[in-house]
Design a binder for this molecule. Structure first.
Ligand code: ADP
Ligand code: MG
Ligand code: MG
Length: 883
């Protein structure tokens, strides 16, 4: 097999479409080389080597080493420097690169090949001893951390002590002799810790670093990240070995990162940061505050540090041209890393940049206007789940802001919560149901789980491209980074700014759009949706086949749903209307009634209230279908529990409390979700559904009269397992409809359908469809009944299933297509056999889940129905499913 692919000097053996083999970084380095963009030469060891490495018990294929040697020889021909040479050494970086970008998961080693001899050679060749020793100390520290597994902070302490002792503030204050002294201390530390000296043989260094990259594929951080992002372990990582270029060669050298468009707003403007005389991750690590790349950004940030544009105009001009070229080539926003070595620009990485959803929308719509992409592509590019971000709260415009500190607007949205200072605490407090803001000096990949648990993230160090900022944007969480005026004391559990001290547990609000940290809780509001959102939604609507409805029963929800473009109500849960104040007593009277007469009296009180509900709903949803589900839950859910609740009902009914208690006792069920609920209630107490149907039909008549439009009601019967059940209920619905038509002189059109939420119903769908005009999959119950898994109790043990990999997803969140989905497929096929024009939808939680929506498309459902705030997500997901 070919294990090694070379790149550089205007050519490459790989290309951008070889990400599976070369990883994202390697494939794009190859592509840039092929485009003639200046990339330091190097080679990529393939992901297949990673797979072979683990298959062979952490050993390499026998013919790997000769291929690496050949590739090193090619680098020597291009650079004129030889790896390990003691007069003019070739130095390399060893960089990981998986197929999907895993920010910060794998660490890079720079300046590899330096030792006590080559460092002197480097100083001679560069004519700069300070630079050489600075490079060496960086190499030792990185190598010790990544390959030798020694703690970062021990090295930091040596450096901090040295600086303090000599009165230095910045790393750039140190000269050659200072770094030489620091290097000596570093080496002593290593020898003390490991009982052997720092490896001097460049080849041993190289293979040590390669092994560490492959080894890091299975470290805990990488495993967590993969789990959170659904990245299969089998993919493996590639290793890139690349000739070093130096951003730390004095004042004409620099290193930086940039986005070809603003990743936060989507604005078409190069956005980036750089540092003069710096190397590698200095920019993102927040060691010094970085400078802006463009003059426009500098002015906007009112920074007094010069931009790259004015500082290095030639390199800047070339950089702008390359970014533009890359963007047109990849037809998408680019996230790039670069270094300037003594005025010469080198590109070190490019990839499709991560962005907020707001930015994604703007870029997609702009790029269609620019002729870069088609509408279909624009629709494909937006992550539907990410639309949630847009619907996130922001701070109300008239809210009072008590500003504690300011930082960078690193990720939009606002959030309030308790201050926590560690990720462990964030997780623990969040698990107890409280909201937290994770506050750190800076974050690292170890904090991913804490960031997940937090509502928002605040850091005191680092720029717009710091770890915290990048990860928070990816998660769609608000983040303020680089709030430099805040001092954190981890030990005391406090942070302070401008004399104000906050403690762990105190509440703050962060505004990730404005970069502000505010005291206490602040009123929030739902954001306005931009024109880009509307444009993209319109394109999505033109593509999708399935309709999107909402699950809603309150007028407020129905209005929101309509505003978000719902094409009707797919599920109106009438029982939600029963819990309202002023009604619950009547509901309880109905349930506790001993005789049909008593029950009818209670129902008569409920009738006008239900009718008024439906009138309002029909009015809001005028012109759109409304599916109303008749009473579903077990009656005991409505039972009075406290003595005062019982007293209320007893007073209203004029019956003794003791009798009510007996009756409640009698209604007790051991397994209520499989008990007396759904259409089973109607079989025992037909008058309940009769009242509900009367309310529906009378409301339809009333609204029809007033508006002059015909209201079509869809009446849905829950928990049907037998055709006979549906027939039994349907006969009564028809009777009520006929009665109302006779009384009012108006025959409202209506349809009777059923939920499919029991396996039996799915299996006998053909016969049920003879009586049902529509089906709606109640996938919450269908999942529960198919798995035999109580949805109210599952969370207690499902976590262990997820952790242990027994299930990939929570089946109540993402449809189990293999089991539950198979039943749905059967029900669709058989149902349409029973009735060719059967309308079929889904109204479980899954109706708003993009992966589940994709499945619904494949089995040919007519619509999905979801909670109002997920309607935009469903519209987009349905469009993508149809593409
Ligand atoms: P990550 O995947 O974490 O972004 P990289 O492999 O991109 O890690 O390396 C991090 C940084 O190290 C790069 O942004 C770049 O600044 C620096 N770097 C990597 N390789 C080289 C090189 N050959 N010459 C100079 N700098 C390099
Ligand atoms: Mg990194
Ligand atoms: Mg990088």
């Amino acid at each position: 097999a070919k294990w090694v692919y070379t790149f550089g000097d205007g050519a490459a053996e790989g290309a951008a479409d070889m990400k599976a083999l070369l990883g994202g970084k390697g494939a794009n380095l190859a592509e840039m080389s092929n485009l003639g963009i200046p990339v330091p030469p190097g080679f990529t060891i393939t992901t297949e080597v990673c797979t072979a490495f683990y298959a062979g018990g952490r050993s390499y294929p026998a013919d790997l080493a000769p291929s690496v040697d050949a590739a090193l020889a090619r680098m020597a021909r291009i650079t004129g420097k030889t790896f390990g040479d003691e007069r003019d050494p070739l130095l390399v970086s060893v960089r990981s690169g998986a197929r999907a970008s895993m920010p910060g998961m794998m660490d890079t080693v720079l300046n590899l090949g330096l030792n006590d001899v080559t460092v002197e050679a480097l100083a001679r060749v560069a004519g700069d001893a300070r630079f050489a020793w600075d490079s060496y100390r960086r190499f030792i520290q990185m190598y010790a951390n990544v390959v030798l597994d020694l703690e970062h902070h021990e090295f930091e302490e040596i450096l901090e002590d040295y600086k303090e002792h000599h009165g230095f503030v910045l790393d750039t204050d140190l000269g050659a002799d200072d770094w030489k002294a620091v290097v000596a201390d570093y080496k002593k530390l290593i020898e003390r810790e490991l009982d052997k000296p720092f490896p001097q043989d460049p080849r041993e260094q190289l293979w040590g670093a390669i092994g560490a990259v492959f080894g890091s594929w299975m470290n805990a951080r990488a495993i967590t990240y993969r789990r959170l992002h659904d990245i299969p372990e089998s993919w493996g990582t590639a290793v890139n070995v690349q000739a070093m270029v130096f951003g730390n060669m004095g004042e004409t050298s620099a290193t930086g990162v940039a986005f070809s468009r603003n990743p936060s707003t989507g604005e078409k403007a190069l956005y980036g940061e750089f540092l003069i005389n710096a190397q590698g991750e200095d920019v993102v690590a927040g060691i010094r505050t970085p400078q802006n790349i463009t003059e426009a950004a500098r002015l906007l940030a009112s920074s007094d540090k010069p931009s790259l544009e004015t500082e290095m105009p030639a390199a800047f001009a070339e950089f702008v041209a390359i970014c533009d070229r890359l963007e047109r080539h990849y037809r998408d926003m680019q996230d790039v890393e670069f270094t300037v070595e003594r005025g010469k620009l080198w590109m070190l990485q490019c990839r499709i940049g991560k962005r907020t959803t707001k930015a994604a929308l703007k870029m997609a719509v702009d790029m269609v206007a620019e002729g870069l992409i088609e509408r279909h592509e624009a629709v494909r590019r937006i992550d539907p789940a990410g639309l949630d971000q847009l619907l996130h709260p922001t701070i109300a415009p008239d809210a009072q802001r008590r500003i504690f500190a300011s930082g960078l607007p690193a990720s939009p949205g606002a959030a309030s919560g308790e201050i926590v200072f560690t990720s462990e605490e964030a997780e623990a407090v969040a698990q107890s149901g409280r909201k937290v803001i994770l506050v750190r000096v800076e974050t690292s990949p170890e904090d991913i789980h804490g960031m997940h648990a937090a509502q928002g993230i605040l850091t005191t160090r680092g720029g717009m491209t710091s770890h915290a900022a990048v990860v928070a944007r990816g998660m769609g969480k608000p983040c303020v980074s680089g709030a430099g005026s805040i001092r954190i004391d981890y030990t005391a559990g406090t942070m302070s700014a401008e004399g104000v001290v906050l403690r762990r547990g105190d509440r703050i609000t962060i505004d990730g759009g404005a970069g502000q940290v505010l005291l206490g809780d602040v009123p929030m509001q739902r954001p306005e949706l931009s024109g880009d959102f509307a444009a993209l939604m319109e394109w999505a609507d033109a593509i999708r086949r399935m309709k999107v409805r909402a699950n809603a029963e309150t007028p407020a929800d129905a209005r929101v749903a309509r505003g978000f473009g719902a094409e009707g109500i797919g599920l109106c849960r009438t029982e939600h209307m029963f819990f309202d104040e002023g009604r619950i007593v009547a509901v309880r009277e109905m349930i506790l009634a001993d005789t049909e007469n008593e029950r009818r009296e209670a129902l008569a009180k409920l009738l006008p209230m239900q009718r008024a509900d439906f009138v309002e709903l029909f009015e809001i949803m005028r012109g759109l279908p409304v599916t109303i589900r008749l009473l579903d839950p077990p009656l005991h859910e409505f039972l009075p529990k406290t003595d005062s609740e019982i007293a209320d009902v007893s007073a209203a009914m004029g019956v003794p409390a003791a009798r009510l208690r007996d009756r409640a006792e009698a209604l007790h069920e051991f397994n209520p979700m499989l008990g007396h609920r759904g259409c089973r209630l109607a079989v025992s107490f037909p008058e309940i559904y009769e009242m509900q149907c009367r309310a529906i039909f009378e409301a339809a008549v009333a609204v029809g009269r007033k508006s002059g439009e015909t209201i079509v009601a869809e009446v849905m019967v829950p928990l049907v397992g037998l055709k006979s059940e549906l027939d039994w209920v349907k006969a009564r619905i028809d009777a009520v409809a006929a009665a109302v038509a006779k009384e009012t002189g108006v025959a409202v059109p209506y349809h009777v359908g059923t939920m499919i939420e029991l396996p039996r119903a799915a299996i006998v769908a053909a016969s049920i469809a003879e009586s049902a005009e529509f089906f709606s999959f109640g996938t919450n119950d269908l999942t529960q009944t198919t798995f035999g898994l109580s949805r109210d109790d599952a969370s207690k043990f499902l976590g262990a299933y997820l952790k242990g990999g027994l299930v990939e997803h929570d089946p109540f969140t993402t449809l189990d297509t293999e089991g539950v989905g198979a039943l749905m497929d059967i029900a669709v096929e058989r149902g349409r056999k029973g009735r060719a024009d059967l309308k079929i939808g889904i109204c479980g939680e899954h109706g708003g889940d993009p992966a589940s929506i994709r499945f619904c498309e494949t089995i040919g459902l007519d619509y999905v129905s979801c909670s109002p705030f997920r309607v935009p997500i469903a519209r987009l997901a349905a469009a993508q499913a149809a593409l």
